[in-house]
Design a binder for this molecule. Structure first.
Ligand code: ADP
Ligand code: ASP
Ligand code: MG
Length: 474
């Protein structure tokens, strides 16, 4: 029998400054008692990935000052932690601190060189952006590993380009679990056997040829799940800055409560429909490998947080557990009385949308088949409408399709709770509280999932709607 294995992931705020690093190190130390085989995954320090990507975007537009400022800020952010936690009177402490500053400087030189190149070329390819946006994690693993070592915990920084093998879909790469399992075990097992804690970069991976890729924004949660499945681990714990998964985004609804137990289906819907607390792709690898998943608070580690389980046993009561919102969406509608007779409209519609690289979070279709309506990110709406006008140019000219149009900015609001759709009266309550607050529901999608109902409202109604629906959660 393999000894218990735990993967724990620290998010950006959990390594946001020296106090957070201290808290994270304390958590690692106390977990080592129960978990002799412990792997740590970390995000970049809070704000770093955004600074890197903003620097790159401005460089493409020819502005070179922004990335230099970003590099200086990122250097200062890391050096403050080094100065607070690693510099000491002993010579080897000074040597470690100096070497770490040097390594961070080298990584930042990669950043400024890439940005310089973008400013000359006037463009940045997705491949180059992946090499750039992963630099934050490459810095934070070195720092966290050194902080653990300084506290007497044997640790080793590891770049996940050595572990997670993906396809070439830059910025949203898809892992090859078989190849990842082989390389993860090859690299991590010897360290675990020695009792060392591998401190692995979240977010980044590489193609089989070693070209750096990333798993998508917020992807460090997914990294932890992939590594958990590859080892395999018994549990994956996600350390963040709130007390687990809550009944709503606490930034939007201050009275949101922690949900102690949630089923995988429920968290999958929540994550997919905007609860940023867990990356939506995190769930599948852990379900498939039968791994326990927890979300807990780095800054309140005694709180049990949320435990994710196969079945939360809540099918019977069918209560609403949580409310989420995805902002900055647009509803695209194709309508026309002639659509009834046009073959394959839906298939052609979504093929045309897919060709623009746009994802569709929600689809609704009226039973009359005289319109198809779906949501896309607001920034992509114009491009999607243009693609549809091209795909249906003949039908539009014959007036089988009258028009294709995109709405103003809307918000998708989703209420989640297992068994909800089979509980009489829940949908009624959802619509009556919205009616009482004068919130107009523009579209509804129950979808095939039994655990969620989504509705679309205008941007200006979103906050009222989320708060009103939150009052229904139990
Ligand atoms: P990390 O850097 O740790 O990955 P994120 O910022 O990605 O942290 O996710 C945590 C944040 O998600 C919280 O601070 C909270 O504001 C937000 N959030 C949104 N919806 C929820 C929810 N239902 N429960 C908990 N947090 C949520
Ligand atoms: N640092 C990456 C991001 O900001 C990944 C993560 O934090 O999960 O998107
Ligand atoms: Mg996150």
């Amino acid at each position: 029998m393999q000894m218990p294995t735990l993967v724990m992931k620290f998010g950006g705020t959990s390594v946001g400054n020296s106090e957070a690093f201290q808290a994270a190190a304390g958590i690692v130390r106390s977990a080592r008692g129960d978990w002799p085989r412990l792997v740590v995954v970390t995000s970049a320090m809070a704000g770093v990935t955004n600074l890197l990507l903003e620097g790159a975007a401005k460089a493409v537009q020819g502005q070179v000052d922004v990335f230099h400022q970003a590099a200086a800020r990122i250097a200062a952010q890391h050096e403050a932690v080094i100065d607070a936690l690693l510099v000491g009177p002993r010579r080897e402490q000074q040597a470690t601190a100096a070497q770490l500053k040097q390594e961070i400087g080298n990584l930042l030189a990669e950043f400024t060189n890439l940005c310089q190149a973008f400013s000359v070329l006037g463009e940045a390819t997705p491949r180059a952006l992946d090499a750039l946006s992963g630099l934050g994690e490459r810095m934070s693993v070195r720092l966290l590993s050194a902080v653990l070592e300084a506290q007497g915990i044997p640790a080793q920084p590891i770049e996940a380009t050595q572990l997670i093998v993906t396809d070439r879909h830059f910025q949203d790469a898809h892992p090859d679990l078989a190849a990842t399992t082989l390389s993860t075990r090859r690299v991590l097992e010897p360290l675990l056997a020695q009792g060392r804690v591998p401190v692995v970069t979240g977010f980044i991976a590489a193609t089989p040829e070693g070209i750096p890729t990333t798993l998508g924004r917020g992807g460090s949660d997914y990294s932890a799940a992939i590594l958990g499945a590859a080892l395999p681990a018994d549990e994956v714990w996600i350390w963040t800055d709130v007390d687990g998964v809550m009944s709503a985004d606490p930034r939007l609804v201050p009275e949101a409560r922690t949900i102690p137990v949630l089923s995988y289906r429920e968290i999958a819907e929540l994550a997919y429909f905007g609860a940023k607390v867990l990356h939506p792709k995190t769930i599948r690898p852990v379900i498939e490998a039968g791994i326990g998943l927890r979300v807990c608070n780095t800054f309140n580690p005694q709180h049990p947080g949320t435990r994710l389980v196969a079945d939360a046993g809540s099918k019977r009561n069918g209560a609403i557990k949580a409310v989420t919102a995805i902002r900055k969406q647009s509803l695209v509608t194709i309508e026309g009385r002639g659509m009834l007779g046009v073959p394959g409209v839906a298939a052609r519609t979504f093929a045309a949308v897919a060709a623009t690289g746009t994802s569709v979070p929600l689809i609704t279709q009226a039973s009359s088949e005289q319109s198809i309506c779906f949501a896309v990110p607001y920034h992509a709406a114009r491009q999607v409408v243009a693609a549809l006008e091209e795909a249906f140019a003949n039908e539009l000219s014959r007036r089988d399709i009258d028009r294709v149009w995109a709405s103003d900015e809307v918000v998708i609001i989703t209420v989640v709770g297992a068994g909800m759709q089979h509980t009489p009266g829940i949908a009624g309550r959802v619509f009556s509280v919205l009616g009482e607050r004068n919130v107009n529901v523009i579209a509804i999608a129950q979808g095939s999932s039994e655990v969620a109902i989504s509705l679309v409202v205008a941007e200006q109604d979103a906050e009222t709607a989320v708060k009103a629906l939150h009052a229904l959660t139990t």
